[in-house]
Design a protein around this ligand. Structure first.
Ligand SMILES: *[C@@H]1O[C@H](CO)[C@@H](O)[C@H](O)[C@H]1NC(C)=O
Ligand SMILES: *[C@@H]1O[C@H](CO)[C@@H](O)[C@H](O)[C@H]1NC(C)=O
Length: 181
């Protein structure tokens, strides 16, 4: 009987834990009708984040306007996030301090970087994250593990983010090199 009680108790603990985990990744909508999907678990490489977004018919975060970074920060502040915001992958990629948004090819705006970044530290930082507890960007190794932000903007129903891979042959080679170091 005591074993049974302990088992029921443990089942309850796991059930609660599972429910907490289940709400760690969620959809959020801004007044501008941009939909974000934010997963705060530190378990995704940049590539895994890209695939997570594509499989939802969404793109990894592409900052076209400054207000978007602020919107994400507000979402993180107001909701049940462990870090506000956590380390999150964006759709920014590049090398040698030249960074673009993967889905559009437009440059990452200088004013959105954290102080001293992008620094391409160790010459191996090719992907762009929102840095934990800030609304600033940082370049970091693509194989680090963190959460991510997907987005869907109004009118982007036909978006096919993975089709863009062909445009970035050189960049893919840089990343293969990074992974083998
Ligand atoms: C957002 O979507 C709603 C419902 O489709 C619409 O009424 C509203 O005008 C949209 N807001 C903006 C800022 O486009
Ligand atoms: C994504 O879009 C494709 C083609 O429009 C559709 O077949 C698929 O069901 C969509 N997937 C999701 C998760 O919405």
């Amino acid at each position: 009987m005591r074993t049974l009680i302990i088992l029921v108790f443990l089942a309850g603990v796991f059930h609660t834990k599972f429910q907490v985990l289940a709400v760690r990744a969620k959809l959020y909508q801004t007044p501008n009708n941009v939909t974000y999907f934010i997963n705060q678990d530190y378990t995704y490489t940049w590539f895994e984040a890209l695939i997570e977004c594509s499989s939802r018919n969404m793109s990894l975060l592409t900052l076209e306007e400054d207000v978007e970074l602020l919107d994400i920060y507000q979402i993180a502040i107001k909701n049940n996030f462990a870090k506000k915001p956590p380390h999150l992958w964006t759709g920014g990629v590049g090398s040698n301090r030249k960074f673009i948004w993967f889905s559009t090819g437009t440059p990452v705006a200088t004013r959105t970087w954290g102080i001293g970044n992008p620094d391409n530290s160790g010459n191996v930082e090719n992907c762009v994250q929102i840095f934990e507890n800030t609304n600033k960007l940082n370049d970091i190794k693509c194989f680090e593990k963190m959460g991510f932000v997907c987005e869907k903007k109004p009118g982007n129903d036909e978006e096919k983010p993975l089709a863009d891979f062909g445009k970035f042959g050189d960049w893919c080679l840089i990343l293969i090199k990074e992974n083998n170091e």
